[in-house]
Design a protein around this ligand. Structure first.
Ligand SMILES: [Zn+2]
Length: 353
């Protein structure tokens, strides 16, 4: 049974596509009494929304990487769902930082306006956006922290794209599972179990190498169960509108699991397959191509580069690999012996707008 009709009433239609900026979300904030807490490098407001006054405190923040907008769309869908379920207000206190990197969002860059990756600045806290996030974390003292991101289309699980990936980030070099990391892992297991109905075989687990500069790792080290959500590719969904819906479900299931205290199945976390980096956007198999003026026969991997053009994101095909790519997969696979000179890349790019 599709749950899609149950999602539609909550979908915030004002947000769509990949290019989501402060200008897009500001008109949507007023029902939630937003507070402007700080300013970005370029002086854009850094907002916070508080929803509910229950005992369980959840902090979530989105778009600390400016070009990762899918979870921001899903967060507003979630807020719209919560507004329709006011009974939850007495159970949960939600603190939402909907756009941690508005300058990056505007420029459609991962980094902030000082070209710093905010998700590598958790220790040094050199940027106003990093200080804002850290101060909110310290002041709120959440029971759970949700770190919301997008992942590239290269991630997959065998023959399927990794549409949603999770990680309970490590809290130390040894990647031990202390109480907080264990709790985060159990929460992920529960979300994945519910989400599997929607996207079987398309839920992945992220690499857990420890990096103290990463926000999730830092918060986990501080003893707060922290979950990394990664919105990835779904078949033919370069605008990530389908994935947005799955992230909405994931957030909803996460809150329900916390409130129902369904955080016991630790082993199930390890049953979630690890992400592989083996997808190209287009994989052309067994074709002729020219390298260094030599005609070769083999496979070609092409990835799309996301480029901001006026107020839209266009997808430019870029040659990424050639040779025997039989261990790779493609979101689109072309199997033919053709002459690449004849291949119209611009047309394929426009198909993905
Ligand atoms: Zn990210």
């Amino acid at each position: 049974m599709s749950l899609h009709p149950q999602y539609i009433p909550y979908k915030v239609d004002a947000l769509s596509g990949r290019y989501v900026t402060l200008a897009h979300i500001e008109p949507l904030l007023s029902p939630y009494s937003p507070m402007e807490i700080a300013k970005s490098v370029l002086g854009a407001p850094l907002y916070r929304i508080d929803w509910g006054s229950g005992a369980v405190k959840v902090l979530m923040w989105s778009q600390m990487h400016g070009n990762e907008s899918t979870t921001t769309k899903a967060v507003f869908d979630l807020l719209s769902y919560l507004e329709s379920h006011p009974n939850l207000k007495s159970q949960i206190s939600l603190r939402v930082l909907p756009m941690v990197n508005p300058d990056g969002a505007s420029a459609y860059t991962r980094n902030n306006a000082n070209d710093i990756d905010l998700n590598r600045d958790a220790k040094q806290l050199t940027q106003p956006e990093s200080l804002f996030l850290r101060a909110e974390f310290d002041a709120f003292k959440p029971d759970f922290a949700f770190n919301l991101h997008d992942q590239r289309t290269m991630y997959g699980i065998e023959d399927h794209p990794a549409t949603v990936s999770f990680l309970a980030p490590s809290a130390d070099e040894k990647r031990q599972f202390g109480p907080s990391r264990r709790k985060a892992a159990c929460l992920i297991a529960q979300i994945a179990k519910k989400l599997d109905v929607h996207i079987p075989n398309q839920i992945g687990r992220y690499d857990d190498a420890f990096n103290a500069n990463c926000t999730g790792d830092a918060f986990q080290s501080d003893g707060v169960p922290t979950v990394l959500f990664e919105a990835g590719h779904y078949q033919n969904d370069y605008q990530r509108e389908q994935t947005r819906e799955f992230i909405f479900y994931a957030l909803k299931y996460a809150i329900k699991a916390i409130l129902d205290d369904k955080l016991h199945d630790f082993d199930a976390y390890f049953e979630i397959p690890e992400n592989q980096k083996h997808f190209f956007d287009i994989l052309i198999k067994n074709t002729q191509y020219v390298v260094d003026n030599q005609i070769k026969q083999g496979d070609i991997g092409i990835n799309f580069r996301e480029v901001k053009s006026e107020e839209k994101i266009i997808f430019q095909p870029v040659f990424s690999a050639e040779g025997d790519l039989s261990s790779h997969r493609g979101h689109k696979v072309i199997v033919e012996n053709n002459d690449l000179v004849e291949y119209k890349f611009n047309e394929s790019a426009h198909n993905c707008l």
